[in-house]
Design a protein around this ligand. Structure first.
Ligand code: OXD
Ligand code: MN
Length: 586
C-alpha cells in the first residue's frame, strides 16, 4: 500500500514524466551534491572562497526576476471566496489551464521531492509541506528557507497531513507562467518561473496564502509580519510583530542595531517576513516564524542600514541576480562602496555606468536565519514568543504621524485595514499616490479580505492578553521633501515608547486618529532633532485625515456587503472625531 505522499508523487510523475525521482533528505552530503551539480550545469557560480566561503551566485533568466501577481490565482469554487483583491479561477479551470503545461514538463529531467517543516521542528504550531520540483536551485533555497528533509518526512509518516506543492520550470516561459492556489484542497501548482516568491512554495504560497485560509478555519493568524524582541535594561524582552508593505524596511527593523544600546535597549530578531500567531495556553498571542532563513532584497543593504545581515551573508549564502566584482565578491547599488574594478552585472556582462544598475533592483540573498548576530535565543521556541504589540506601517510623506496607538483592538484592526503606502516615482511615475495594502496582505491573503477583516475582529476578544496595536511612519517629509525622522537604528526610540505604553509608563495625547506620544515621552536624548521637527512628525492634520477617511471608505466599497459593519462604523467614528476637531478649531 502506498502512502498518501507516495500516491501524490506517483500521480505527479505520471503527469510530468521525469526521467528520475530523487527524494531529498536535507543532509549536508546531499546539499553538496546538488550544489556541485548546479555548478557543473553553470546555474550557480562559486564566489570568493576566502572572503565569502560557501557562497554562490545564481543568475536568473531576465524574464524571471520577481513575483508575478498578474498570474497568481486563488482557485476557489465560489469567486466571492477569493474576493475582489485576488485573481480568481474555478479549481477546474485553474487545473485545466495548468495541466497541459505540466504534462511531460520533466521529460529528460529529474524530479526532486522535498519535504519541509514550516516553523520550529518540535512546535505544535508548525506545519509540513512537500514541494515537488525539477529545480535543484529551488531545493537548495528551500533547504535554507525551511527545515527541509528527514525530520519533515518523519512528521508526515503515513499521514496525509501535508500541503502538496508541485513546481515545474516548464521552460521558464512568461506566456506559460502560473502560480495557482487551491485552498479548498490545500494544494499549490506553480509553473514557468524559478523566482523565489513564485517557486519556493513554502514561502508566500503556503506560509501566507494557504496558511491564511487554514488559520481562519482553525482560529489562528498567518501574517506578513516581522517578529522582534526588544530587550530593556533589566534584560526583559518584549516581543512585537510588524506588518509593512514591501520596500518599507521590514528586514532592517527586525535586525536593527539599536541606537539606545548604551542605555540597555537591544533588538533581537525572531523573523523578518512572516508570523504565524496562535492563542497560547497562557492567554497571550504566541508567534512563531515559519521560516528558517531570510530571502532579502540586496540593493540598499549596507553596514549602516543593516549591519547584522551584512555579517550574516559572509558565508553559506545564495545570492541571486547581484553583480560580482573581479575578486568574485557580491556587489549591489547601495552596498556602501563604489563599483569595484572588473564588475560583472547581474546579466553576466561587464558593467559600465551607462548600462544602469549592476545588480537587479530585486536581487536577493538567501541566508540561514541563525547566521544573524541578532538572532533571538528564543526564535525556535516551540510555543513561540508572546506578542505584546502589533505594528502596522507604511510610507506616507505627509499624512501619518511617526507613531500612534489605536484606541482598542477593533480600532486597531481598522487601522490595519486602512494601511496604505505611497508609491515612488521610480515605480509609477506619480509620487505620493497611496496604494491600499491592508495589513500588507493584499498580494498574500488566500481568501476574501472582507472575511479576513472579520477574522481579525473575532480574534481580539478571544485573546486574554491582547497585544496593543500601533501604527508607525518612518517616512514623513518636510515641505522641502527631506525626511523628518532619521530611521534605521533610531527607530528603537519608537519601539521603546511602545514598550513604555505597554508597561504603563509613557504618557500619550489623544488625537482623532489615536494616541500620540505626549511631549517629552519619546526618548530623544543623544539625537540631534529640534522640537518643531518632533512636533511636525507627530502632527495630525484633520483636513488631510478627512480626505483619507473618504478615500478609505471608497476603497472599502469594493467589498460590498461583505465588509464587516465594525470596519464601517470605525470609519464613521473617525470621521465624527475629525469633524469635532475641525469644528472646535474654527
Ligand atoms: C515579498 C518578499 O515580496 O518578502 O514580500 O519577498
Ligand atoms: Mn514579504
Amino acid at each position: 500500500m502506498s502512502t498518501p505522499l507516495e500516491k501524490w508523487v506517483e500521480e505527479s510523475a505520471r503527469l510530468t514524466q521525469p526521467d528520475k525521482i530523487v527524494w531529498c533528505d536535507g543532509s549536508e552530503e546531499e546539499n553538496s551534491r546538488f550544489l556541485a551539480g548546479l555548478m557543473h550545469d553553470g546555474i550557480i557560480t562559486e564566489l570568493n572562497e576566502t572572503t565569502y566561503p560557501r557562497c554562490y551566485l545564481n543568475r536568473r533568466n531576465p524574464n524571471d526576476v520577481a513575483r508575478t501577481e498578474s498570474v497568481t490565482f486563488i482557485c476557489t469554487s465560489k469567486k466571492d471566496d477569493a474576493g475582489p483583491t485576488n485573481n480568481w479561477m474555478s479549481p477546474a479551470d485553474g487545473k485545466a489551464r495548468v495541466r497541459p503545461i505540466l504534462e511531460d514538463s520533466m521529460k529528460g529531467r529529474t524530479m526532486f521531492v522535498a519535504p519541509y517543516i514550516l516553523g520550529p521542528q518540535n512546535s505544535p504550531y508548525s506545519r509540513v509541506g512537500v514541494e515537488i520540483t525539477d529545480s535543484r536551485y529551488v531545493v537548495a533555497s528551500m533547504r535554507i528557507m525551511s527545515r527541509m528533509g528527514k525530520a519533515a518526512m518523519d512528521r508526515i509518516g503515513n499521514s496525509d497531513n501535508f500541503v502538496p506543492g508541485l513546481h515545474a520550470l516548464a521552460g521558464v516561459n512568461p506566456e506559460r507562467r502560473f502560480v495557482m492556489h487551491f485552498p479548498e484542497e490545500k494544494l499549490i501548482w506553480s509553473v514557468g518561473s524559478g523566482y523565489g516568491g513564485n517557486a519556493l512554495l513554502g514561502k508566500k504560497c503556503f506560509a501566507l496564502r494557504i496558511a491564511s485560509w487554514m488559520a481562519r478555519s482553525e482560529g489562528w493568524m498567518a501574517e506578513h509580519m516581522l517578529i522582534l524582541g526588544l530587550e530593556d535594561p533589566s534584560g526583559k524582552v518584549t516581543y512585537m510583530a510588524a506588518a509593512f508593505p514591501s520596500a518599507c524596511g521590514k528586514t532592517n527593523l527586525a535586525m536593527m542595531v539599536s541606537a539606545l544600546e548604551s542605555q540597555g535597549y537591544r533588538v533581537w530578531t525572531v523573523g523578518d517576513d512572516i508570523a504565524w500567531m496562535h492563542i497560547g495556553a497562557d492567554g497571550t498571542l504566541r508567534a512563531i516564524n515559519p521560516e528558517n532563513g531570510f530571502f532579502g532584497v540586496a540593493p540598499g543593504t549596507n553596514a549602516q542600514t543593516n549591519p547584522n545581515v551584512m555579517a550574516a551573508l559572509r558565508h553559506d549564502t545564495i545570492f541571486t541576480n547581484v553583480a560580482i566584482s573581479g575578486a568574485r565578491e557580491p556587489w549591489w547599488e547601495g552596498i556602501g562602496t563604489p563599483p569595484p574594478p572588473g564588475l560583472i552585472d547581474w546579466k553576466g556582462e561587464p558593467w559600465s555606468p551607462e548600462k544602469g544598475p549592476a545588480a537587479h533592483p530585486n536581487s536577493r540573498y538567501t541566508v540561514p536565519a541563525r547566521q544573524s548576530p541578532s538572532i533571538s535565543a528564543h526564535w525556535e521556541d516551540p510555543e513561540g514568543v508572546p506578542i505584546s504589540a502589533i505594528i502596522f506601517g507604511g510610507r506616507r510623506e505627509r499624512l501619518a504621524p511617526l507613531v500612534y496607538e489605536s484606541r482598542s483592538w477593533q480600532h486597531g484592526v481598522f487601522v490595519g485595514a486602512t494601511m496604505a503606502s505611497e508609491t515612488t516615482a521610480a515605480t509609477t511615475g506619480a509620487v505620493g499616490v497611496p496604494r491600499r495594502d491592508p495589513m500588507a496582505m493584499i498580494p498574500f491573503c488566500g481568501y476574501n479580505m472582507a472575511d479576513y477583516f472579520q477574522h481579525w475582529l473575532e480574534m481580539g476578544p478571544k485573546i486574554k492578553h491582547p497585544p496593543k496595536i500601533f501604527h508607525v511612519n518612518w517616512f514623513r517629509k518636510d515641505a522641502s521633501g527631506k525626511f523628518l525622522w532619521p530611521g534605521y537604528g533610531e527607530n528603537v526610540r519608537v519601539l521603546k515608547w511602545m514598550l513604555d505604553r505597554i508597561e504603563g509608563r509613557a504618557a500619550a495625547t489623544e488625537t482623532p486618529i489615536g494616541f500620540v506620544p505626549a511631549p517629552g515621552s519619546l526618548t530623544l536624548d543623544g539625537l540631534a532633532i529640534s522640537r518643531p521637527v518632533v512636533d511636525e512628525l507627530q502632527r495630525v492634520d484633520a483636513h488631510d485625515w478627512s480626505a483619507e477617511a473618504e478615500a478609505t471608505a471608497k476603497f472599502f466599497e469594493i467589498f460590498g456587503d461583505r465588509l464587516p459593519a465594525e470596519i464601517r462604523s470605525e470609519n464613521k467614528a473617525l470621521q465624527d472625531r475629525l469633524h469635532r476637531t475641525t469644528v472646535a478649531a474654527k
